[in-house]
Write a protein that binds this ligand. Sequence first.
Ligand SMILES: Cc1ncc(COP(=O)(O)O)c(C=O)c1O
Length: 367
Amino acid sequence: MIKHTDHFHGSDLEKIEQVYGIKKEDITSFSANVNPLGISNLLKETISEHVTCIETYPDREYTELRKTLGKYCGADPSHIIVGNGSTELISILIELKHPKKAMILGPSYSEYEREVSLGGGTSLYFPLKEADGFKLNIKALEERLTDDVDMLILCNPNNPTSTVIDQKGLRQVLDICKARDIFVMVDETYIEFTENMEKLEGIPLTAVYSNLFIIRGVSKFFASPGLRLGYAVTGNEDLIREINTKKHPWSISSIAEIAGRIMFSDSEYIERTRNLITTERKRVTDRLKGMKDLGITCFEPSANFVLCRIDSDKADADTLFDTCIRQHMMIRNCSTFPFLDNHFFRICFMDPEDNDRLLDCIENALR
Ligand SMILES: Cc1ncc(COP(=O)(O)O)c(C=O)c1O
């Protein structure tokens, strides 16, 4: 096995090429959490007609893009801010709010902690318990949300646990936070992959709670991480004004603006994606559940990926990664996430044939 000190992030295909000598085009990434359908056909067929749009600056206000987005996500366009990927919006919000103490779920996406510490703040982790299937215990969270916490950061569905808080739970959390003057950021990067999205999404709550900021992007659901397009929704108009004053102008390119307008209106692609992920989520999870005797435990997923635990003398997350990558399939070893170790790995749902190939590989490695 090749020993590496670093673990590979979902997008580290260049690093894999160097270490394993496998061309990145030949790798199926079960680790990047990106829609296996690739970009929308409507976008592929029409984007070249628009290429001359880069001859002019984009609309500084992104009015048409925000209108299309408003229709797509059911928000008032004046409550939408667009950004260079959800990463820019996470960064801007944290820079502006400047939390001294932020509460973050653990394990969760690492970028939140990095941004909080760049601003000189401290992150406190609220551990999601393995015994609870990594589901959020709101009562226990309430006890930890003391008055010195000034920001709560939720990822819903959470990466890497694929667990969700429903709208009712989110309301409870928002009420607690409102009473304690805590601002809440919810990263909904993976929400469109869920089966019952209307019962989970936080956007309708932005009309009621001024301490709420929802972030989404196109990298995963619309399979376009290279486009760098994200958006945020908040009903807090003072905050929108403040962000618009401080934000760099034209941070979304003209081509990303047009691409966004096209992809958000491709309802056939949106439906096909949701159907594929719903079917594969059930099928892959059922097969993983069938590997209990081989030492696999999988935690019930709501998004387009599943967190698994491996307890076997045949393999751990590191060696399983090595076995899979040699067969040109990349899984995510989760030992770099807080509260997880070398027993945990995450895989996303790809095409049925690819999913079967990976599941066969895992099964053979543990037999
Ligand atoms: C939870 C979460 N939020 C945000 C991002 C980054 O998204 P974007 O490409 O829109 O900046 C990722 C990427 O892996 C993620 O997992």
